[in-house]
Design a protein around this ligand. Sequence first.
Ligand SMILES: Cc1cc2nc3c(=O)[nH]c(=O)nc-3n(C[C@H](O)[C@H](O)[C@H](O)COP(=O)(O)OP(=O)(O)OC[C@H]3O[C@@H](n4cnc5c(N)ncnc54)[C@H](O)[C@@H]3O)c2cc1C
Length: 555
Amino acid sequence: MNHDYPVLAADVLIIGGGSAGAMAAIRAKEVGPDQQVVIFEKGDILYSGCIARGMDALNIVALPGHESPELYLESNGIACQGVMDEPPSYIMAKRSWEMMQKLISFGVFFPQDENGEYERLQVHPKGKFCVTMKEPELKSILANRARNLGVKVVNRTMALRLIKNGDRVAGAVGMNVRTGEIVVCLAKTVILTAGGTARFGLPENGYLYGVYDFPGNTGDGYCLAYHAGAELSGFEYTLVYYIIKDINSPLLYITLTRGAHLFNAFDQAFHESHPGMLLMHDEHMALRGPMRIVMKHLPEKKIKEIEDILFSTERPVQERFFKGRGVDFRTGEIELWPTDCFLCGGHGLTGVVVNEKAETNVPGLYAAGDTALVARGHLSGALVFGMIGAEQATEYARSAPEPVLERNQIDDLLADQEGKLSQSGNPIRVEEFEYKVRRLINDYVRPPKNGYKLDRALWWMERFREELKTMVRVADIHDLFKVYEVENVIQCATLSALASRERKESRWGLWHLRSDFPERNDREWLKHIVLRRGDHSLDVRLEHRPIIKLEGRHE
Ligand SMILES: Cc1cc2nc3c(=O)[nH]c(=O)nc-3n(C[C@H](O)[C@H](O)[C@H](O)COP(=O)(O)OP(=O)(O)OC[C@H]3O[C@@H](n4cnc5c(N)ncnc54)[C@H](O)[C@@H]3O)c2cc1C
């Protein structure tokens, strides 16, 4: 076995340099300037992650004098239909204003009116928590700040496994996605911030990477946590959005909250500024779709305002997209369509179980952002929990023992890598294989679900796990890296099918709609389904767990 790989040392290792990871790195250096902070980033930290795809608002800010964390709990509890641990959501809302002020101090721009009031929109059941942000450079601001504070960023490095010393986390093994070289980072603490599973169901446009969320996120954070023994929850919350056809970009609430109209294909209007995904999906499935956004009636000033948001901060490529399609908002309309099905902590409820300190059940392991279960926290959740994770991790690192390199753990991984590299004679390209895996996720895990389909999903995922070894060709390092990603997608689909099969009711509108248990059943199912690894990687243990209320708060 070749032991000639670099071994880095860190107090805090952050896996994933997106919104949560970059903020965690900044905060770790602020509270522990003497500590070594390392980021493993699969892409390039300047461009990677959700906010590099566009961002127009902090969806949750409890602005003092306007909204309170208590109202947010109430509001998010409604949105989560009661399946929400209150302490993490409460602390997130409580520290959201502090986080926004931090961004302002970094130079991030939040428009204010002549009275100095920030623009606030209602996109939650209660309260105007969504604050408009106009900052196309948000990602580079965070990335550069982390670098300037002395954070070591290891780009193009995909974390493959966490290292443990006994029960404690002790670092991670990464692989350079261009050269295949292994890099080990021994760390006293690890913060997982590797996003959700964006590449899950196949999008209707058929492109592997044409998804709603950041396509570099393949559930690696969930899988790293799972293999290290961390608890996961919310895998039955399978998100499907209904947004711009083909490009899968957001625009719905940006336009509807500014006066745009929503019609079905029969010109019936839906006068709601926040229509439910289920409503639109139902129209679509009842063959009254596609739904359409129309803005012809809006004054030029409003249209310009919308264009300004969409084409500068939200997703600039939309300008080219609409031009290419010959769509002008003044005369044309925007066709909507269901997106791919995906798993995510920020938009949904899927994630590593954390408490209000971002701690997981594995000592020394923290999680934040879309990897963590801070119910529907969006960007605010990612940034606040990035801060919290960093504060807790730096504190933990001060008294944690030095991590020890247990070479057998790296050897296992090297053996696995060698095995994969010996697959050069196999017949199927990894891209074709990924297409098939995700097509079958659409068939059997994407809602509406039922017991039969979920059993089929599990059967297929077991088969895919085998075929990944026996059928898929690994001709070069690029293939190798993709095989690791697809392995994680398969693992996520298995967890999702198991959790979905377990929850014998329907909840969260379309997102866990079971045709064999069509009713919501609060009496039996107002609880979490928690998953964790048993004796080996295929041994998934399921447990039902009560919802945690904030101390002193009861229904
Ligand atoms: C299109 C879109 C629009 C949105 N709009 C808004 C909005 O307006 N307001 C709002 O509040 N929220 C919004 N959100 C949600 C918000 O952006 C996310 O919740 C948040 O940015 C997630 O941050 P994160 O750090 O968890 O994930 P990301 O920012 O996606 O970062 C994950 C990082 O991990 C890296 N990574 C993945 N796997 C590995 C691995 N194995 N090893 C190393 N690195 C890895 C990835 O390359 C990536 O850089 C939007 C999301 C999307 C997708």
